[in-house]
Design a binder for this molecule. Sequence first.
Ligand SMILES: [Zn+2]
Ligand SMILES: [Zn+2]
Ligand SMILES: [Zn+2]
Length: 458
Amino acid sequence: MLQTIGDTREGFLCPQCHQDMGNLEMLQVHFQNVHMKQSSTVVKGLFSFAKQKLKSVQNNFQNSNEPSKIYSQYFSFDSHDYHSKKQYMGFTRSHYTYFQIVRKDKLHEIYTKTQQLLLRLELLTNINEHIPPNGNTKERRKYEQGIIPWMEDSVVSICSSCSASFGFSRRKHHCRLDGLVICNQCSRFILFSIARRIVDSNTSSTNNSFTIQQLMNLKTITSSTIINNASNEDHLRICMSCARCLQNYYRQIFFKNIPKDEIFHYYENIIQAKKEYTQVQLTYVAIIDSILSGNTKYQIKDAQQVYRQLSVSYEKIDSTSKKLVAFADKCPNIDENDISSKARYATLCRNIRMYAVQVLQNFSLSTRRVPTEDEIKQARDAKQRSDNELMEKVILSIPGINGKTLELSEELKPFIQQYYQVLQYMQQAKLAGRDDEVKLLESNLEELAQAMRVAHQN
Ligand SMILES: [Zn+2]
Ligand SMILES: [Zn+2]
Ligand SMILES: [Zn+2]
């Protein structure tokens, strides 16, 4: 991309530090990361600079002297071209269904385990159950073992979590949630108050109490040492596997309930608009293809109508993501003094905008504007020419016919077209391994060739 002509450098140079960034996207990323902290006028300058660059790219694309050549780079409107014919996929197999089955089983397993743990946790910490007070008292153990039997000490010689051998310095302990024997190092402790919060987290009364602060505490809902806090609060010893299971459950509930920041909704809107665009684009390309290849099924006004739909989605992505840039400057909902959160919030907003700009660029480049009457005529002529060329080639490939002496008469054209089509079907059938069909098509070809030989002799 970088060209050096004397002292003149060309390419996507950074207007600040004159580094060549290779392409527009990299330049934007570089600029936002390195120079964005500077005044907003510079930023505006970059955006107008970027827009100019993009515009010139688009102009190149639209005002080319060879519309058909440029166009065919992006769209194949001539599916009958002998040389650049479509490549078929060959054998494919989707493993998605299998993946879903495996995943479903796994999810079910996790769900069942989690529900079991929650049920036990509820019984183990429910104040209405008159649980014997904390400590290694016999009554307490009896109560705990009534909920989940403990694994027999004598049959276990290694920790079920770290596999280290038990002995004098490594004593056996039990996870209160699944009864497994673990060592002290692999033990986690959960306070009754936190256990209650997890058990009650999915009930409506606590739904509104989720805060960012709690998110920070997610990892510490269990601890690796017994907390001797002032009130000497009751706690449970659990294994790491059970602790992880509870954490994951709580995290899920948490993210389901925490009020989403506005930027989530903006982001979702952008993604939605992107989906819409991609879908409508398929229709649009099909319509343009049809018009350019000489079909009369669609008119220019059909293309224009769909193009307007595309513009709506395009605008939506652009305007929504622009709002996010304003968010990046103001950082609403973030504490004034929380510098690092503000920085991350602003980066997130700008990154979404950058992503949107990239999406829009790709859309610009991959979407042709509605062709003019002139362009349609040119494309149709080009198609006519290549059709004729193709037919001449097909004629040469028909056994028993000397193509050089054969005039491409109007009566013969349908035969040749059909011959070519059957050839293509046959290739597809061969690729897919449908041998019976190949044989049938082969005999069809021979019949066609025979018919043409007869016509040729007359
Ligand atoms: Zn720079
Ligand atoms: Zn262990
Ligand atoms: Zn456990």
